[in-house]
Design a protein around this ligand. Sequence first.
Ligand SMILES: O=P(O)(O)OC[C@H]1O[C@@H](O)[C@H](O)[C@@H](O)[C@@H]1O
Length: 557
Amino acid sequence: MSTGKPATQYKAWKKLQELHSSKQSQLVLKELFNSDSKRFSTYSKEFKASSPDVSILLDYSKNLIDEEVLSTLFNLAREASVELFRDDMFAGKHINTSEDRAVLHVALRNPPADQGGFKINEAGVDEVHGVLQHIKEFSESVRSGSWKGYTGKPIDTVVNIGIGGSDLGPVMVCEALKHYSKRDLKSYFVSNIDGTDLAEVLKLCNTETTLFIVASKTFTTQETITNAESAKAWFLEKAKDQAHVAKHFVALSTNAKAVTAFGISESNMFAFWDWVGGRYSLWSAIGLSIALSIGYDNFQELLNGAHELDKHFKTAPLEENLPVILALVGIWYNDFYGAQTQALLPYDQYLKKFADYFQQGDMESNGKSVTKDGSRVDYETGPIIWGQSGTNGQHAFYQLIHQGTKLIPADFLAPVETLNPISGGKHHEILLSNFFAQPEALAFGKTEQEVREELGPEASKNAALVKSKIFEGNKPTNSILFQKLTPGTLGALVALYEHKIHVQGAIWGINSYDQMGVELGKVLAKNILKQLGNETDVKGHDSSTTGLIHYYQKNRK
Ligand SMILES: O=P(O)(O)OC[C@H]1O[C@@H](O)[C@H](O)[C@@H](O)[C@@H]1O
């Protein structure tokens, strides 16, 4: 089990603080590369899955690290019992201590034990393959057209209604694997309680041919249940008969009672279990919209790719372990250099939702300030995750990464092969040249002398211009090159970052698997909702909140 100890108590933590003060001036990428011609081969590792098209190269050589820093980071991982905590997760121990739950998204992509899967003892784990079979049969019947709507027509539109983990995973994966999707089966996602979200999607739907998936682990989430009720009302306005709901509404949930109370029969429910965290649930029944879009075999490939990375995480020595390396390098900047954010920059248009997805994955997991044993941390925990696909970001926010005052560690991701080699592969070569150039520019910058040489005589006349063109460099990055964006590769990439989050949480001693911080706002909103009817009901707030509500009440039509 994670020690739950404040991280500052580890010897390696103190040593890292000393190293940061004593070595910072020596950790200069230009010099580190000049003095070591093997730096790339020393600080890059390749993960290869058994499937030949799933491989990931992690190059972490452009980081502000040397052997001493790195070995101390690995010592930190050992002192924090990262290996034990990892094994506890795989064994089904209740590492989500505040909710007394196991954390077993790895079980969702685990093959049966007789086919090389891990042995995991936890109630529900032996039901995983039964639910997958249900997903397979259902998705195949919809995709083949044998599942018919209430007027006998096949389904041509799928609307997933869910929010948070019951939305972001399917949205990200359906976008990422669009290349493999069935183009005549449209997928839409409704998440926001803002009526605009549902209203705009319903304008694109036909009651006779639309399937609604109500995705909610708890089946109590206000946004999802309200959106689902409104979708049902819209459907019944046309379909009239309540019995037709069974052909057009299915549920993905752990809460059978609430699903039946909503009017969806248990036979139309795809189950999962309390040991599946919302932000780790795309591998579960929550992935039904993915299986519908890309087909069950591709969905299975996604699970297989994640499982291969799980095996790597479980068995590779820490020094060879990609999620561990990413986690430790991230901690170096987050806790010793004071970096506040981490950018995820995929040079693959299909991954344009990757950073959005890991905003929840990382920030809801590690946005905590109390350790498992209840102490307030006196160090930084989870970073702010942000980013967007390259090269768009280059023309928007990269200026700040190159020349701003903040240190922004960034992960660059790109496929060796594109799925769309248009114009003879020209686009991809340009894309990749940018993927190679940006980390290079960030690391090595441009000196004053280089600027002066470039400007020629102009340089002596305009000192400010010279200064504005200097790139200090020494900005750290990871580069991740994968073969091509297959379902298996995507599964492995997502699992890579999931386990990175796990390792960081273990070192910080926090519980990465609860999300108490989202509750307060929900409670207050429910209370305010009851008061919105009348001005005289608005009680118990500060003057700002009261003033805002009164303004709304006076001006609403
Ligand atoms: O799937 P549910 O139960 O509707 O929950 C949706 C989301 O609800 C949010 O409140 C949680 O913070 C997320 O973790 C969760 O994914």
